[in-house]
Design a binder for this molecule. Structure first.
Ligand SMILES: [Zn+2]
Ligand SMILES: [Zn+2]
Length: 135
């Protein structure tokens, strides 16, 4: 079980204002992969003065800190993932829901030199696609 985002941020001495704290709370938990708009809606339900600018600034900062992962989903929409443990994703092609998964053999996956196209690798995200039981 990974340490919760809020707890990690507290340990790091992250500057905690009511708005930033609410955003971090909304982001916390497992299998959470929300868009900035969803984070704003959820945060405003808890603290009405949360602004979209603060949401974007906070997300940008958390991604830069390596505490939140930015995922590019369907149609280029960005989703934010507070799980920084090694994991991959299972996405429902109907409703877009994304779950954290740990595929077997993923740790052995390598991109050969000839396929790197000059890139320095910083990460890997395998996305399995399926239809969830609700769809
Ligand atoms: Zn679904
Ligand atoms: Zn995830």
């Amino acid at each position: 079980m990974s340490t919760e985002l809020l707890e990690r941020l507290r340990t790091r001495g992250w500057r905690m204002t009511p708005q930033r704290r609410t955003i971090a709370e909304v982001l916390g938990g497992n299998h959470v992969h929300l868009t900035a708009e969803e984070i704003l809606d959820e945060a405003r339900a808890r603290l009405p003065e949360v602004s979209l600018t603060t949401v974007y600034n906070t997300l940008h900062e958390l991604v830069a800190m390596g505490e939140v992962r930015e995922l590019v989903g369907q149609r280029g929409s960005k989703r934010y993932d507070p799980n920084v443990e090694a994991h991959h994703h299972l996405r429902c092609v109907c409703c877009g829901r994304i779950l954290d998964v740990r595929p077997e053999g993923a740790e052995h996956l390598r991109l050969p030199e000839s396929e790197l196209h000059g890139h320095t690798l910083v990460g890997v995200d395998i996305v399995f696609e399926g239809r969830c039981s609700d769809c």
